[in-house]
Design a protein around this ligand. Structure first.
Ligand SMILES: Cc1cc2nc3c(=O)[nH]c(=O)nc-3n(C[C@H](O)[C@H](O)[C@H](O)COP(=O)(O)OP(=O)(O)OC[C@H]3O[C@@H](n4cnc5c(N)ncnc54)[C@H](O)[C@@H]3O)c2cc1C
Length: 456
């Protein structure tokens, strides 16, 4: 009996999974392997929220494999050493893996390739994470697109393949497995109180419900903070519980302005990945350095993290992040701009806090969106400052989002909730809510002076 290993990393699903499909086609039996990777933990990437979600994903994947006659094989340790060990134990001739873009994933792939080669085995890498693989479309002059609009034009012209047929059976050889990990086995600390359940089954249910109606209103409603009218599929895409190819095909079949605006947003995910694949160092380094000498403001950063800046919209979004391990995209833009431009604090400080909490925390999407907002990334308007009060008027007109997330202000009616410093003194005194941390105009002016090379 020939054996192949399907090493699950960023593709925790059985539907439309090119890695699993290729492993099944390559051999009589497949080891569906997940390695609880010491390297990912040591890199500080395993945090309670994503650990809880990942544990759900693994349990769900195990169930899906069992219903096809197989099961998930779990090991723990150095991913390369464990894969080689499993290959030796089972006599596997090939290992199948999703291509991924972070520096860590690129190193892992290279190390694994070398280790397998020395024992006469093949590493087969498959494009299963994005709709259009990184590097598949490039401008004439370089290895990636630096601006989204021309990228998206090309991206839209690439034919999207048909989703793969679902495997009926997954025959697995006899091989030792550790038990499925719980969230607590994977990371120390308590997760946020209200997290989505992870896994392909839940992801598919949510995707079906989303495509069955709400997606058609996405173009009009995606920025409405209180309306909460985005798909919330990001963690399922991050862990690969959903195939981006299948999602885009199904949304395209729905058609219309809402579904097509949604498809465009999914293309941002591919855009960030093609950039990071070509320049993995931009996870930590400025993509376009602006000579910033960021301010170190420990106490102010602590207030930002806790949602106590005195700007209700900023604070509401930060509280949503703490409570749900997720934040509305408009909230991410507002809070990131507040930190990097009004407070003029290094984007890496904010990106780290987001990665500590986001259940969809993703190196490509998080670091490059932070850089985009900070003006060191791919934005064509790097010095634009997002004003939380203007945003409040546009995207939380009646103040419902703030009242939902900042209980100290729940009794303040209407849009007045966005400017508590203007409330009558006796009302103001009753509220356990801070004065603004910083004057918006002062912060904005300091930022513009700094970026134009003046005093910092
Ligand atoms: C500072 C900052 C940090 C961010 N960090 C992350 C992160 O760690 N992980 C993450 O997945 N997204 C991140 N985003 C992008 C975006 O905010 C989230 O993808 C989105 O809010 C997820 O909610 P949703 O699934 O309801 O999105 P929808 O609006 O329903 O969009 C559908 C999908 O498109 C993709 N998408 C949407 N917007 C973007 C975008 N701007 N960039 C890349 N992909 C996008 C996501 O996969 C999302 O699930 C960040 C944005 C900012 C401004």
């Amino acid at each position: 009996m020939s054996v192949a290993i399907c090493l699950f990393t960023a593709d925790l699903r059985v539907h439309d999974n090119p890695v699993l499909r290729a492993a099944l086609d390559a051999a009589d039996q497949v080891v569906p392997l997940f390695v609880v990777d010491d390297g990912v933990r040591d890199a500080g990437f395993v945090v309670p929220n994503r650990a809880a979600f990942l544990a759900d994903c693994l349990a769900d994947l195990d169930g899906a494999l069992r219903s096809r006659g197989g099961r998930l094989v779990v090991r723990r340790g150095d991913v390369v050493a464990e894969v080689v060990r499993v290959a030796e134990e089972t006599g596997a001739g090939s290992v199948h893996l999703a291509r991924d873009v972070s520096a860590y994933a690129q190193r892992r792939e290279a190390r694994l390739g070398r280790a397998l080669e020395t024992s006469g085995r093949r590493l087969c890498v498959h494009d299963s994470v994005t709709v259009v693989p990184p590097g598949a479309i490039t401008p004439a002059s370089r290895g990636h697109f630096a601006v989204f609009t021309p990228y998206f034009r090309k991206w839209s012209d690439v034919p999207v393949r048909e989703p793969l047929a679902d495997p009926d059976t997954v025959p697995v050889p006899a091989v030792r497995s550790e038990r499925l990990p719980s969230g607590a086995d994977l990371a120390d600390g308590a997760p946020s109180p209200v997290l989505p359940r992870g896994g392909e089954g839940e992801g598919r249910r949510r995707a079906a419900a989303w495509l069955d109606g709400p997606v058609t209103r996405y173009a009009d409603r995606h920025d409405d903070l209180a309306g909460d009218a985005t798909s919330r599929l990001s963690p399922y895409l991050h862990f690969g519980c959903l195939s981006a190819v299948e999602l885009v095909r199904r949304a395209t079949a729905v058609g219309g302005p809402g579904a097509m605006a949604f498809v465009r947003q999914v293309a941002w995910r591919d855009f960030n990945r093609q950039l990071l694949a070509d320049h993995p160092e931009v996870a930590h380094e400025d993509y376009r350095p602006r000579g910033d000498r960021w301010r170190a403001e420990e106490a102010a950063v602590a207030a930002w993290r806790r949602g106590r800046t005195g700007y209700p919209l900023v604070d509401a979004a930060m509280r949503q992040l703490a409570e749900q391990g997720w934040m509305h995209n408009r909230g991410r833009l507002i809070t990131a701009s507040f930190l990097t431009k009004i407070m003029y604090v290094d984007w890496r400080v904010g990106a780290r806090h987001f990665l500590d909490l986001l259940v969809d925390g993703d190196v490509a999407n998080n670091q490059l969106n932070w850089q985009w907002v900070a003006g060191t990334g791919a934005s064509t308007r790097p010095n634009q400052v997002i004003d939380p009060l203007v945003q409040a008027r546009r995207f939380d007109r009646r103040g419902d989002y703030v009242r939902r997330w900042v209980p100290e202000l729940a009794e303040i009616e209407g849009a007045a909730v966005h400017r508590p410093w203007l409330l009558p003194t006796e009302v103001r005194r009753r509220l356990d809510y801070p004065d603004p941390l910083i004057d918006l105009d002062e912060g904005r002016e300091r930022f513009h002076r700094a970026r134009s090379g003046g005093e910092r």
